[in-house]
Structure formats: structure tokens, C-alpha cells
Design a protein around this ligand. Sequence first.
Ligand code: CDP
Ligand code: MG
Length: 702
Amino acid sequence: LEMPMEGGGEQGRWEEERLKTASLSFGAKKEREKGLKAEREKYQLILEEDEIINFVSSAVIMKGTQDETEQEQAALSQAEVQKQSIQEVRRSLPVFPYREDLLLAIQQHQILVIEGETGSGKTTQIPQFLMESGYNDGGMKIGCTQPRRVAAMSVAARVAQEVGVKLGNEVGYSIRFEDCTSERTVLKYMTDGIGLCLKVVVVIIDEAHERTLHTDILFGLIKDIARFRPDLKVLVASATLDTERFSCFFDDAPVFRIPGRRFPVDIFYTKAPEADYLEACVVSVLQIHVTQPPGDCLVFLTGQEEIETCCELLQERCRRLGSKISELLVLPIYANLPSDMQAKIFSPTPPGSRKVVVATNIAETSLTIDGIIYVIDPGFCKQKSYNARTGMESLIVTPCSRASANQRAGRAGRVAAGKCFRLYTAWAFKHEMEESTVPEIQRTNLGNVVLLLKSLGINDLIHFDFMDPPPHETLVLQDIKYLLCFSLNISIFLYLSRYKCSEEVLTIAAMLSVNNSIFYRPKDKVVHADNARQNFVVPGGDHMVLLNVYTQWLESGYSTQWCYENFIQFRSMKRARDVREQLEGLMDRIEVEVCSSGGDIVPIRKAVTAGYFYHTARLSKGGYKTVKHQQTVYVHPNSSLFEEQPRWLIYHELVFTTKEFMRQVFDQGELLLSCHCCHLPLLFKVFRPLDFFHILFSTALF
Ligand code: CDP
Ligand code: MG
């Protein structure tokens, strides 16, 4: 292993730069510096108090162990110790000294923007402050919105522990298709379905800086709601990024700044660009492990695949080095990781070893892992982007923004002075990276935005108060398209009643809604996982495979064990089951009978074709051509039809990764034309003639 990093400025691979605190380059510097000074004084006070608590808790331990005969009492003291140390941690968080000021500000203003360094306690502490000061009296509730499901779950678990209640009782979470709350729930962390009933007294829009689509829409909604609910308190919590914008949007709402406790972070850049950032990550982790003092390490990669590869490489190289190095605990974290594995990243590192967490940008601001001293940042993230012409949504690995890079670096300076290793050059940082990340609303399929707003009952899209409004014409166009699509869906339902296969199609629709996370494929059991997947393959294509998976799961009695044995993600299946139930309810409402095709594929084929005829692709010279745009696309390697290559396909979605891929494809079986003929009278019934011709022409099928 080359390179001692300490002072290796000249000869080494790295170029060093000591970054003042990264966040200082944004926003009002002077003010913050003033704040920092005042805050330092306050900290000293707190630290002293901490010592007293430490002392007290060790006394309790003494008492507990001395008196061995009375085990019960020992257990009691243990709980007491744990509770005390939790209080200790709470008191040590940067937000703690500002408790009273913050509560006062909340009392005085209806809308308040709260800015604070990641890990300062915004998400876990502020809701507790509110509870402690009685905001929830009289059955009122506090809601805190989160952009990420993993964060909502893990934060709720943490807060339940701090408050000393069982998760799901007073403190709970609600994420899409998974509700862990009860009648008693006072504080709820949630990812969607804000459920802003009259009982909600405070709503916290957390991680506002992420500017996800949902957050942006929430801004518009809440601003409106707040106008006619003067009793509702709105807190907009954000990392130290661009908070002026939020304040401005909410009619100059005041900004409450929690000065961060930040230790200096030394930033190292590579002198030359790295050809393979994954390999560079692995090498850097090992270098840190052998040359640097104790402290945990955090690596930012873009997705599950990369993370698993990186973890595997690290483990393998550690095995080879054997006892020459001390123990290195390698822990992945990404959204699809089973929850028990997710929890592992928070467990403390045993003495003498080092923990390395390999994460997606979920660890950038949503999750704080204590003990991180070293950060490795290759400078990439996965971003959704949308091409309006082709209707293709793609997830592409792109350079992250400077703001992101600085947030990442900041993770190294929470508990002590830290180091951040950037696997790119200082020049690239200055000249190749964007200043900040473009809000999701500006790079997404606006059709989804329209759908979301409509589903919330908002019909006047043009006057909706967006923080960054999408282009006017596109919005209008999408609005019209939405109306068309809606009628089309109804026609599908009518179709179902005609072809008597609604059981199957409901299942397929539900499975498609979670399709990308059904199969679990851990790197170390790839062969087993692929075999298991292969066993589900049936003729007809991926839709039929999904149907098969669901049917077998149903026959197993919705068993968790079954999922485990077959490398199926239980959580996703549970979600599919929920979606299915909701769809069934919808069928019931429009009085369509639910019945099964009894194993016959033809009616299913007709229904899917009818619903998705505008997603048809035809085999042509090695690939496929979409009928709508004559665009060249390919069957995704994961598909069950990858080798078969039938003449006509219906695809569920197009994604761009290395090529334009069709994901979830269905063998059309030459049905297209006959199907269209049956469909014709139906289409006439549902659409006005003009719309109808519009559809026909736009699909260019006739
Ligand atoms: O929201 P903000 O980034 O300001 O901080 P936070 O999420 O409230 O985190 C405050 C503290 O709680 C940090 O020290 C975290 O390490 C800790 N925490 C934890 O130990 N386990 C969790 N699941 C969440 C937070
Ligand atoms: Mg937070």
C-alpha cells in the first residue's frame, strides 16, 4: 500500500486544503460567525454539565454490579443508566442550548424556517421539545415529513427510544403502504399522505433543502393551508443550504439558525482524475485503515450495485491481509436493504476495530452516523432526469454538486477534527461541478406531478404556488394528457370486465407498481438468487413472472419465510398486496366484477395490450423499435424475455442506464391488430372523437 497521507502534500496522490467549515461558503457569513462565538460559550457550559451526568451514571453502574443478589434491581439500574445516557446524548446536541429560544420563536411565528447542520438534532429533538411543552395537549398531533423511507423509519425508532415508548404507540411512522402508528400516536414521521387533519397542530417539513418533488408540492399546499388555519404551526427544517429561498417563498418567514458544532475538516483532492472510482474507494479505505488513527469511515457511492461490489472487494482484501491489519467492519446502507441490516450501521464500533459505512447519498443529510472521522467522496450521485420528447425517464450517474460535496465533507467533522478524501481534482471541484443540485420538479416527468396534484384534489394547476414553477405550456399540455389517460384507465377496467381476468390484471398492476424491488440479489449469493428467480419464469414475459411470484406467495399464506427462501423482498410484496387491495376497492366502486381467467393467458394478454398499446415495440435488427417514436430500445438483461426476443412486445417502462432499456416486457403474441379492432368501439365510447384521433395518430398505429 502506497502513500502516507499525513503531510503528503507534495509527493503523494493527494492535494490538501484545509476547509474552514464547508457550510460557511453559503449564505450570511458574518451573522453565522457571530452565532458561532456565542454558541461556543454555551457549549462549554453544557460540557461541564455533561461531566456531572457522566459521573452520576458511573455511580449507578457501581451500585448495580455490587449488589449481585438483587438482579431485578440491577436490571432496573441498567435501564436507568441507558435512559440517562440517552438524556446525556440529547443534551450534547447543538440544538439543545437553543431549546427555549426556539420554542419562543415557534410561539411567536406561524411559519418558521429552521436551519442547522446535519446531525444537530432538528429531526429527533425539535418534535420532542414540542411534545414536552404541551403542543399535543387535548389530543393534538405533530407531523414530520421525510423525503426518504429509511430515514422516516430509523428516526422514528430512535425518537421512540429516546422518549421511552414502544415504536408505533406515542411515536410512530407512516410510509407508503406501511403504517406503524396507533390511536395513541402523537408524533408521526411520514413520507407521504400528509393527512393534514384538523388535529395536526404542528407540521415539520424536514430535509427541505433536498427539494424533492413531494417536498416542493408540500410547500405550495402548506402555504395555502396555513392561510386559513392560523392555529397551525409550520416548521421548515433544512441543512445549511439556501434557507433564504424558503424564507422568501413563505412571505419572509424568519430563519432560526442553529449554529453547528463543527470541527475542522481537512480536504484532500487527488492530483489527477481517477479512472475507476470504485477501485479508488477501496484503496483509499484500506489506506486510511492502515495509516490513520482510529475513527470510522464513510464512503459515498451511487447505488446498491456499486455499494455491494465495494463491500465485497473490501472484505476480500481484508481477508487476504488477515491478521496483518486490525478488524474492519464493512457495512452497506441503501434504501432496499432489509431493515435489520439497516439498523446495524448505528451500532457502536467495538474497540480496536474500525467501521466503514458504504452509503448512497442517504447519509449526506438524512441519516447521521456517529463516530465518522473520515469521508471518501468520489463525487458522483444517481440522478433522475427526464426527456420530454421521448418520454424517457433515466437514472444516470452524474457528478454531484458542490453543495453536496460540502455536505459530504461535513460528515467527517461532527465528533472531532476529520478528513475528507475527494477522488477528484480541486480543478474539477471548482470548474466541473454545479453550484447546487437542480430541484427534482425541474427534471422529472411532469405527468407525474400533475397526477399527484390531481390525486390531492387540486384542479387548478396553473395557479398552484410552486417555489420553482414548471414551464406553463408543459403544465397545460400535461393537464390535457392526464384527462386522456384517465379515461384510458377506465377503458382498461371495462376491458377487464369483458375479458374476465381482473384477478390477474389487478395482481400484475400491483406488482408493477413495486416492480423494481421484488427480487433480492445480494452480491454474495448471486447464483442462488438467480436460480430462485429463474424458477419463477413462465411463458409470456415479465408480467406473467410477477403474477407467478404473487400467486405462489399467496399460496404460502403470505409467508415471510417463503420470501426469504426465494430471494423475494418481503417488504415489497407486502406493499404489492396493499396496492392490490386498494385497486380491488376501486373496482368495487365502479362495480366491476372481480373474476379470474382460470389460467388462460389470452385474456390477460388482451387486457395488458389494451391498456398499454402505446408502449409497443417491434423487433428490428438486433434491437427493438418503439412504435410511437421509432426509437431503438433493448430488452433489459434482467427480463425473462432477454433471450427469447419475440416479434412484438409491450413494455412497462423505458429506462436509460448504459443503453435504452425496456423494463418489464410482455410478449404480445401478434395480438396487436386484432386487439385494436376490438378496442375500437370501446375507444369511441370513452373519448370524444377528436381526442380519439389524437391518440391514434400519436401512437401511429393506424
Ligand atoms: O436532523 P438533524 O440532521 O439535525 O439531526 P438528527 O437526525 O436529529 O440527529 C441527532 C442525533 O441523533 C445524531 O447524533 C444522530 O447520530 C442520532 N441518531 C441516532 O443515533 N440514530 C438515529 N436513527 C437517528 C439519529
Ligand atoms: Mg434531519
